[in-house]
Every structure is written in structure tokens, then in C-alpha cells.
Design a protein around this ligand. Structure first.
Ligand SMILES: [Zn+2]
Ligand SMILES: [Zn+2]
Length: 259
């Protein structure tokens, strides 16, 4: 069983009841923290020892996806744990921004506990039992779409993206697509180009023939039930909202014994 736990999913900002974007992927003996939005470090630490993660993936350096990385930095540098350095996969330019915020010069402890590794579209890496493939999102800053091939199947995470980019191709035949749906209603010429509407998320999932769609990063002031309805209408099937605390599972053994 491979699981994807929603640590937080609020689009753009944390709210009183939902941290910003962050997820915990657990596959066989491997655990990866995917996005470190505000509020997600504590949710992570309630579930696993952050010092025992195998890697971190930061989709991009918007605050709602990366600020709690500094929680992990402090934990590894000054906390009770001690397995360092932690690999942190980031898009181009992000490492410089993160180090600058920490005031980290070359020999700073920041670089001893966080091993920032830049990845670009087309890169494939292996973290324990999981193979990660990265693609380009359509966003105002360099941003990653990530496909995780696990022993139980494929999970694809959109990060933040507008229409286009590598999400449609990376999502092909995924067992679980965790797709941003920041916006509601039909796209018009005035619609923000760097996020998806819920309908677009559903349409991408349908075209990619994914097994399961999880709608996430719904704008903080929007009603997720409305977004879910719009996504399901375009998907043609039921989908699920990424409510904080939810764990989604994929299990290769589900296929065994099927007629
Ligand atoms: Zn965001
Ligand atoms: Zn963003």
C-alpha cells in the first residue's frame, strides 16, 4: 500500500482550519514530504519523524508551498533528530531564494542540513522505492509537476499550474492525480492564466484516463464542494476533495485476482 496524506491543501494561503499545500507520500520504506506550505511541518511531525524523511520536493517558491521548509531546517539543525543532509528537490532558481531567506552563505549550517538539488523538466531521480519524473508547470515562477512511480502505481501532483505545460502528459494513466483547482467557473480571456479552473482539472484527468482524481489547492475563499462538482462534471466520474488530514491509498494488490 502506498499512501498520499494531505497535510494541508488551502490554495494561496493557510486558513484557520487548513494549512497551505503539503503532502506526505509513503511508499514501502520510503517517505517524501511534497511541498512545505505554511502549517504543514507540524502536521508532518505529528505523523513521522521529519529527520527520517528520505527527501523533500518543493514544487516552487511561492510562500504557500515552501515556507515550512524552514521548520525542517531548524528541526534538523537544532532539534532532536540528526540524519543530515536531507535531499530537497527544487526547480531552477529556487535554491538561491531559499538560501537567501535563511541568510545562508556557502558554509552556513543551512547547507549542511538541507541538500538543495535543482531539477528540471525531463529529469528522473530515484528516492528509495520511488522514481520521480519532473515536468514544467505553467506558473509565474519556475514550478514543477511531479510524477511518482511507486511499487503500487503512479501518483501525479500538479503543483500550481495553468493550462498547458507538462501536466497533461505526465498524468497519463496515473492511479492517482492530485490536481490543483484554484479557480471556479468557465475560463474567459480575463481568467488568471497560471492556475486551473476545477473544470480544467477534471478535463485533464479525463483526457489522461487517470484512475482517481483528487481536487486540491482550491482558493481559500471558495467553497470546495462547488469546485468538486465542477471537476466531477468534466471528469465524468466522482472525484474527491483533498480535505486536510485525508489519506489516499493505492494498492497494487487491488489488481491481483481481478477477472
Ligand atoms: Zn499555491
Ligand atoms: Zn504558486
Amino acid at each position: 500500500m502506498t499512501t498520499w496524506t494531505v497535510l494541508g491543501s488551502s490554495g494561496g494561503t493557510p486558513t484557520r482550519t487548513n494549512p497551505a499545500s503539503g503532502y506526505l507520500l509513503e511508499a514501502a520504506s520510503t517517505s517524501v514530504w511534497v511541498d512545505a506550505g505554511t502549517g504543514t511541518f507540524m502536521e508532518l511531525a505529528r505523523r513521522v519523524d521529519p529527520g527520517l524523511l528520505d527527501a523533500v520536493v518543493i514544487s516552487h517558491v511561492h510562500a504557500d508551498h515552501c515556507t515550512d521548509l524552514f521548520g525542517l531546517y531548524g528541526y534538523l539543525a537544532y532539534g532532536p533528530s540528526g540524519i543530515v543532509p536531507m535531499p530537497v528537490y527544487v526547480p531552477p532558481g529556487a535554491g538561491e531564494h531559499l538560501a537567501a531567506f535563511a541568510g545562508a552563505t556557502a558554509e552556513h549550517v543551512f547547507h549542511h542540513v538541507l541538500d538543495l538539488r535543482t531539477v528540471t523538466a525531463g529529469d528522473r531521480i530515484v528516492v528509495g522505492d520511488v522514481e520521480l519524473t519532473f515536468g514544467d508547470a505553467v506558473h509565474p515562477v519556475p514550478a514543477l509537476v511531479t510524477r511518482f512511480e511507486t511499487p503500487d502505481g503512479a501518483i501525479v501532483y500538479s503543483g500550481d499550474t495553468g493550462p498547458g505545460g507538462d501536466l497533461p502528459s505526465l498524468a497519463a494513466d496515473a492511479d492517482l492525480l492530485v490536481c490543483e483547482a484554484s479557480l471556479q467557473g468557465e475560463r474567459t480571456p480575463g481568467t488568471y492564466p497560471y492556475h486551473l479552473t476545477a473544470s480544467e482539472a477534471g478535463a485533464i484527468a479525463a483526457a489522461a484516463e487517470v484512475a482517481e482524481l483528487v481536487v486540491t489547492h482550491v482558493g481559500a475563499i471558495l467553497d470546495p464542494a462547488v469546485s468538486l462538482g465542477e471537476a466531477e462534471a468534466a471528469f465524468g466520474r466522482s472525484a474527491t476533495y483533498a480535505a486536510p488530514g485525508t489519506t489516499f491509498g493505492i494498492d497494487h494488490s487491488d489488481d491481483e485476482g481481478a477477472p
